[in-house]
Design a protein around this ligand. Structure first.
Ligand code: GLN
Length: 446
């Protein structure tokens, strides 16, 4: 059914970069046969899943939507892939994204753009646009995305599905192609909060292969879906309903808060005063980390190598010039500049200090409240081409998701209504490692 749906709609939506049909069909058949006489089933037994193309899959092309990795076949699986396979989900294929996860619209893919299934003239969001669009279009039941500054939550919001960014360290990053290592997290994109809890149950947990993985027990997420939010204390940052956030988005969020109030929760306005520095801080830090992480793509170790260079240095230059798209080059240049001697203290170090202040804002509020609630994005999905000319307007769009990555806390986006026929997302932010409360609130609201 999954491949039939893909055949029917993916020429319009364009969510998939690579399909793995033969292996998926064989595996599904094996699962059916092995079921005979078996009572124990994997938690995701037989369910079709799509994977963002920056999560490595053994023997299956993993491109990060970059021409540079157009023919790259990993020799091992990411830790999350091993877990997904043991849960007996069926992997359908690899999903389109902004190249190396840099972008907010999936227009930076080195191959083609993905479209929003709700309205094909609009973007699906990004960078996990393929992950969100494939679920919204009914091509797969769920998918994995990655979120460095909003890339799971913002496309989930734009496509009317549920997307979680777990606490930094909760899900292993081993085998996730690194963009900004201090911010990157893998997260599930699903149709419901319950489905999301199922996928998290499978992918969360300590991994010795990731030195930033946290050795913290994984609770029973499904048990947190009680529907009970009686006495829950919600903080609503005034910066999240300020100028720049569309009136319809504000009113949907206020309606959602009314629903939660009706269920016995209370809310108060608070302030996250350093949020206004989050976009600048994030783009400095993430680009700095990216400039170091992407140094490994030299035309030798992975992917495409140019034949043009007369010597080694020229070969590096030619391979990178041909392989990387404009946005990736922009970030590498910005990051290299910010890290260079004479500028390091003024930019990188300063941004690290501001990051600490942003994190402290969240810690202070979350010491007094159970969750923070606001919109996921300032507007609904914008039109294809609307923001491609000016990178700064594209960056500004991430203002409500980026602070959460800088603070390292978990946050989910759940659909909370429509504006002009396009979905609005409600963002629920929790304390470190408290995905359970985030799920409980999201599920009660849903
Ligand atoms: N839009 C942000 C960026 O371009 C976030 C991307 C992400 O979370 N991977 O960097």
């Amino acid at each position: 059914a999954s491949y039939k749906r893909i055949a029917d709609v993916d020429d319009k939506v364009k969510a998939f970069l690579t399909l793995d049909e033969e292996n998926a069909r064989n595996y599904a058949k094996q699962l059916d046969e092995a079921l005979v006489g078996r009572t124990e089933k994997g938690l995701l037994y037989g369910l079709p899943i799509g994977i963002k193309d920056n999560i490595v899959t053994k023997g299956l092309r993993t491109t990060c939507a970059s021409k540079l990795l157009g023919d790259f076949e990993p020799v091992h699986d990411a830790t999350v892939m091993g877990k997904i396979r043991s849960s007996e989900a069926v992997m359908i294929g690899k999903l389109n994204m902004d190249e190396f996860a840099m972008g907010s619209s999936t227009e930076n893919s080195g191959f083609f753009r993905t479209r929003n299934p709700w309205n094909l003239d609009h973007v699906p969001g990004g960078s996990s646009g393929g992950s969100a669009a494939s679920v919204a279009a009914g091509e797969v039941l769920f998918s994995l995305g990655s979120d460095t500054g909003g890339s799971v939550r913002q496309p989930a919001s734009y496509c009317g599905v549920v997307g979680l960014k777990p606490t930094y360290g909760r899900v292993s990053r081993f085998g996730l192609v690194a963009f900004a290592s201090s911010l990157d997290q893998i997260g599930p994109v699903t149709r419901t909060v319950e489905d999301n809890a199922y996928v998290m149950q499978v992918i969360a947990g300590y991994d010795k292969m990731d030195s930033t993985s946290a050795n913290v027990d994984v609770p029973d997420y499904l048990a947190s879906l009680t529907g009970d939010v009686q006495g829950l204390k919600i903080a609503v940052p005034k910066e999240y309903l300020a100028e720049g956030v569309h009136e319809d988005v504000k009113s949907k969020v206020l309606e959602a808060l009314k629903v939660l109030e009706g269920l016995g929760a209370t809310w108060e306005e608070v302030s996250l005063p350093h949020s206004k520095y989050a976009v600048a801080t994030y783009y400095l830090l993430s680009s700095s980390e990216a400039s170091a992480n992407l140094a490994r793509f030299d035309g030798v170790r992975y992917g495409v190598r140019s034949d043009n260079g007369a010597n080694l240095i020229e070969m590096y230059k030619e391979s990178r010039s041909q392989g990387f798209g404009n946005e990736v080059k922009r970030r590498i240049m910005l990051g290299t500049f910010a890290l260079s001697s004479g500028y390091y203290d003024a930019y990188y170090k300063k941004a690290q200090q501001v990051r600490t202040l942003i994190k402290k804002d969240f810690d202070d509020v979350l010491a007094k409240y159970d969750v923070i609630i606001g919109p996921t994005a300032p507007t609904t999905a914008f039109k294809i081409g609307e923001k491609t000319k000016d990178p700064l307007t594209m960056y500004a769009n991430d203002i409500l998701t980026i602070p959460i990555n800088l603070a390292g806390v978990p946050a989910i986006s759940v659909p909370c209504g429509l504006s002009n026929g396009l979905p609005v997302g409600l963002q629920i932010i929790g304390k470190h490692f408290d995905e359970s409360t985030v799920f409980r609130v999201a599920h009660a609201f849903e």
